[in-house]
Ligand binder design. Sequence first.
Ligand code: SF4
Length: 277
Amino acid sequence: MAAASGLTATERAPRGAPESPTLEGLTNRLTAASHSLDLFERLSAIRREATGRLVFTTSFGLEDQAIGHAIFTQDLRVDVITLDTGRLFPETHQVWAQTEQRYGFRIHGLAPDHRKVEALLAEQGIDGFRASVAARLACCGVRKVEPLGRALAGASGWITGLRAEQSGTRAGTSFVARDQARELFKFNPLFDWTRKQVEDFVREYHVPYNSLHDRGFLSIGCSPCTRAVAPGEPERAGRWWWEAEDKKECGLHSNPRRPVAASAKANGTDKLPERVS
Ligand code: SF4
């Protein structure tokens, strides 16, 4: 299991810097108890400690469905948002509807700015993202990153389904990180889970899941940029498969994933916002 948030000497607050009981409480709890906390407890601990508006962004993949189950069944005060890029699979919309029906909560869909999509299409064509990494990032920027900025506006924390095991670029994922660019805390409650643990959770609680998973799609994004993977291939091999492995992120999670205590304290932003209730 990856280390949750143990502090090294260089990551500790400068001498005389104010300590944040809230953040330290969270850090200590994770360090001491991360092995024993199940997913329900991790989500409720995040909600308890992360004061202010919390956002969970879901793409309805297996990880996000597990996290959504823990949020919805505990009725946690978390805004659940999905980025409806305009290029999603019909199966993804199906599981979106099934999830709302199962739990009785609305999952808010954010669409890209139509003027930016129209400009993108005029510039690169309908599938112009295949031309280069830059073109692909431009498409992801319009269809994902800009709407994500709106989703996270005013939030103090962002819950994601990232796991360290998913790929080399995600190997450093920790339970809590500071997203410096967006000025919020990032919570990754599945950071140390294996894919089998996620599958077992979804099976145990009969969580609705994307039917594409049964057809070899392990990681599911936009339809033209996702393919099924062969047995033994890495989990994210089916995402942007025409690109090099180290380029396979869309910009949503491109900020440094340093432990929270290292990054927040170094910038004097180690306090979580005040509770709203
Ligand atoms: S995943 Fe593909 S279609 Fe979706 S936003 Fe990125 S480049 Fe565009």
